[in-house]
Design a protein around this ligand. Structure first.
Ligand code: PLP
Length: 372
C-alpha cells in the first residue's frame, strides 16, 4: 500500500477489455444481421428504458444534448422564452435551451449542490416558461418542491437526467417527474456505450409523438408520414445492443458505486477539511447512483496536484466553471454559492473498475495530505 499505484479517474480501455468476448460476439451478431439503423435492438432498448424508469414512453437519441433540445422544441419554446436551470450543470443543459430558441437563466445551488428551489422562485418573471433541474451526480432533486412551483406558476419542467439513470426521489425515478427528460449514455456514464448516445423519456403520448418525429426527420413513428421539420438524431442500433447488454447488470453496477461511496464516507467522513456528498442511505427520500463522487476540499488545487503525483486521477467538473462563469456567452449574474463551490470542488475516482484497495489508497493519501 505504500507504493505509488495508478488509480485513473476513469479507465476507458477497460470498458471494452473487461468484457471483450461478449462485446465481440454482440458486434458480430448485429453485423451479420446488418442491423445498423432503427432495428430490433433499438426497439428492445427503448422498451427496456421505459420499463426500467417507469416512464410510459422512451426513445433513443444520438446524445442527451440533442434530447434536451428536442424536449424544449416539442414543448413549443419560443424566441425570448426563459428557462431556469442550475448554474452547476454541464453547459449542454443551457445550450439545449439556446439551440431550441430560448434563453437559459442560471441560478444558485442549495447545500447539496443541486438547484435551489428558493432561487428558482426568485428568478421567475413574466418571460419564464420552464424549469430544467439537473439530477446532478446521480442524485435527484427534491422534485416535489420543484413540481409544486412549476404547477403553481404554470411552467414546463424538463429534467436533465443525463447523469441519473436509476436515481430515485421518494421511490420515483429521475426523469419521470416533469414533462420530459433526457438521459446520457456517454461511455463514462453509469450506463455507457462505445460512443455518444442518449435517451428521452416522458409520460405523455402526444408529446412523445412530437419528440419522436423531431429526432427522425419529422417522420411519424406509426405511419412513417412526415408531420413536421425534423433532424437526424437517432441512436445507432449497435450502441443500443451494447446498452441492452449493460442494462442487464445495471443494478449490480449501481450497488458497487454506492459501496464505494460508503467506503469514502467511512474513511474520509471525519476530515474537517472536506465536505463530502450525502452518504448513501443518509436520507430516506433519496436513492443516489453516484455518477460522480464530488466533494469540497480545502486547498483543492494543491490536493489535486498531490494526488496526481501519487497516481490518482481527479477531475474538477465542467472544466472548472459553472454555466454563468462562461462570460463570453453573455452571462453577467453573480451566484455566490456556486462560485464558492467552484473554488473548492473536486471529483474522486468513482467507477466499476475500482477495487477496495484502490479506494483505501486514495483515502490514505488524502488523509496524508491533510496530516491525518
Ligand atoms: C448534466 C449533463 N447534462 C447534459 C449532458 C450531455 O450529455 P451528452 O454528452 O450525451 O450530450 C451531460 C453529459 O455529460 C451531463 O452530465
Amino acid at each position: 500500500m505504500n507504493d505509488v499505484r495508478s488509480v485513473p479517474f476513469f479507465n476507458y480501455p477497460r470498458l471494452w477489455r473487461d468484457e471483450e468476448p461478449a462485446f465481440l460476439e454482440l458486434i458480430q451478431e448485429v453485423g451479420r444481421r446488418g442491423a445498423f439503423i432503427m432495428q430490433q435492438d433499438l426497439r428492445d432498448f427503448e422498451a427496456a428504458l421505459a420499463a426500467y424508469t417507469g416512464a410510459s414512453h422512451a426513445f433513443g437519441v444520438a446524445n442527451a444534448t440533442d434530447g434536451l433540445e428536442i424536449c424544449w422544441q416539442a414543448l413549443g419554446l419560443r424566441q425570448g422564452d426563459e428557462v431556469i436551470l442550475s448554474s452547476h450543470t454541464m453547459l449542454a443543459t443551457a445550450s439545449a435551451v439556446v439551440t431550441a430558441g430560448g434563453r437559459p437563466v442560471p441560478v444558485d445551488m442549495g447545500e447539496d449542490g443541486l438547484i435551489d428551489p428558493a432561487a428558482i422562485e426568485a428568478a421567475i418573471n413574466p418571460r419564464t416558461v420552464g424549469i430544467m433541474p439537473t439530477q446532478l451526480n446521480g442524485r435527484t432533486c427534491a422534485m416535489d418542491r420543484i413540481m409544486a412551483i412549476a404547477q403553481k406558476r404554470h411552467l414546463w419542467v424538463v429534467e436533465d437526467a443525463a447523469q441519473a439513470l436509476g436515481s430515485r426521489f421518494k421511490g420515483r425515478h429521475a426523469g419521470t417527474f416533469g414533462h420530459a427528460a433526457a438521459i446520457s449514455f456517454f461511455p463514462a456514464k453509469v450506463l455507457g456505450c462505445f460512443g455518444d448516445a442518449g435517451g428521452v423519456i416522458c409520460n405523455d403520448a402526444a408529446l412523445h409523438a412530437k419528440m419522436y418525429a423531431l429526432h427522425d426527420h419529422g417522420r411519424d413513428q406509426v405511419t412513417g408520414e412526415v408531420v413536421c421539420w425534423g433532424r437526424n438524431s437517432r441512436l445507432d442500433n449497435l450502441q443500443a445492443a451494447v446498452l441492452n447488454h449493460g442494462l442487464k447488470s445495471y443494478g449490480k453496477v449501481i450497488e458497487r458505486r454506492r459501496a464505494i461511496a460508503r467506503l469514502y464516507q467511512a474513511r474520509l467522513g471525519d476530515l474537517g477539511e472536506l465536505r463530502l456528498p450525502p452518504a448513501p442511505d443518509s436520507h430516506p427520500d433519496h436513492f443516489d447512483i453516484f455518477q460522480n463522487y464530488e466533494l469540497q476540499a480545502d486547498r483543492r488545487d494543491e490536493l489535486k496536484d498531490f494526488l496526481k503525483t501519487m497516481g490518482i486521477g481527479t477531475l474538477v467538473q465542467w472544466g472548472g466553471k459553472a454555466v454563468h462563469q462562461w462570460e463570453r456567452l453573455g452571462f453577467t449574474c453573480r451566484l455566490p454559492k456556486v462560485e464558492r463551490f467552484f473554488q473548492r470542488c473536486i471529483m474522486l475516482p468513482m467507477n466499476m473498475f475500482l477495487t477496495d484497495d484502490d479506494i483505501q489508497y486514495v483515502c490514505k493519501n488524502i488523509r496524508g495530505f491533510y496530516g491525518k
